[in-house]
Design a protein around this ligand. Sequence first.
Ligand code: BG6
Length: 517
Amino acid sequence: MTTPHEIGLAQTPGLETGPGKLADPCIMVVFGATGDLTRRKLIPALYHLEKENLLPENFAFVGVAIDQLSRDEFRNRISDCLNSPDEGEASEVVDEQSLSSLIDRTEYIVGDFGDPGTYQALKGRLSDLDAQFGTAGNRLFYFAVAPGFFSVVAKQLGAAGLLTEENGWRRVVVEKPFGHDYDSSQALNKDLLSVLQEHQIYRIDHYLGKETVQNLMVFRFANGIFEPIWNRRYVDHVQITVAESVGVEQRGSYYESAGALRDMVPSHIFQLIAFTAMEPPVSFDADAVRNEQIKIMNAIAPMTPEEVLQRTVRGQYGAGMDGDNRLPAYRSEPHVAGDSRTETFVAIKFYIDNWRWADIPFYVRTGKRLPRRVTEIRIQFKRAPFVLFRQTPVDTLQPNQLVIRVQPDEGISLSFGAKIPGATVRLGTVNMDFRYKDYFGVKPSTGYERLLHDCMSGDATLFRRSDALDAAWSAVMPILDVWAALPPRSFPNYAAGTWGPKEADELMSRDGRHWLV
Ligand code: BG6
């Protein structure tokens, strides 16, 4: 078997770096340091980078949040984060040396994001850390805050003189959702550009850093056998599921203003659609790839209000059970209104109005408190003609399916019909299965490792351009408009721990199909 080294992969997929691409010395400042994003994604990613020797030697990490914690209390949280992996992910054997190396370079500042005093305190601390760790004046500011604070933090940083690139670079990573709708996305862009230049802004979508997502392009375009059948003539439909078993955790106030559609669809789900549906780019050059992706987003057929009613489903979880554990309803989660109308689940049928995909539905669904965590893309091919089997006990042929498992259990499998051994002709469905773990022996990264490293080395290839955001918001605006005009009347409409409201199944069954996860 070919080993990863023979085919030129770095030890940890997702962390490969191009020639000469070293992370610069820098201080990374995270606003929202006590939030879920920092705990679930950023700290594990920093630790992985440190473990792989990919963090710059001259590095410091500063958390900023309103919570009254001492530096040591914040440092203790770092090791706690590594002991609570996402569902389906194995917990890590922590390398103590890497962990303490990260912890020793960690600081914490208590502060209100709207208070100029916070930024003055930060400014002083950053100068001290520069002297202590030799970080050369470079600063990476990460906005892991509720979207309502993006402009606030940017403007305060600007007012405190913390964004001027006179000694060292200043970069800002802006999380999603980028805006609340088309207009607010434009307004946010304008606010950022009032204190920053475009090259300083890194709009992140961590799905772009996921190895399995990047591999979609390699899979499609480095293998001659798939591309000829990757179109409306051979594909029956595509299903994309991004399911999470967790609820909204501590993010109730953010989620109340976002909801599942804004939280997941214009970003992660559109990236998955774009990688699945795009034309081959002329090169791997950032703009070549992005141009093709944007064409797909622009080709997502805008829905009429009538189509929104027929092709979209929204849901909100009520109480449910996970074995013997009672799971709370969304409306009982912290910081959530008792009569909240925010959706925690969406299912949508999209069409991509171009020559390759005309009339082929792309069904997507995403939600919180579904039975398990799974992200996958299923390409279902058209059935073979039945004619040969008429005189046999076989009553139906199963269509072939190609499943791209984005996470967990990352891999790809292709199902096909095979003869069950015996005297009569009977068919069973079997799988050809590739698992990253089996071939490459290591787990692909979460996505954040690669992107943080890119940002520290000034590579914006995998970050989003503002025209991609415009295209994404334009595609979902008709849905947001109809939903705003017709508030949901049946919430909660699915029990926590189930696969969403029955309407999501009906969306499929009306077309003679069903969800296959
Ligand atoms: C984030 C969303 O962008 O992605 C969260 O805001 C969601 O609500 C998360 O939980 C999912 O990321 P992953 O990598 O676990 O699929």
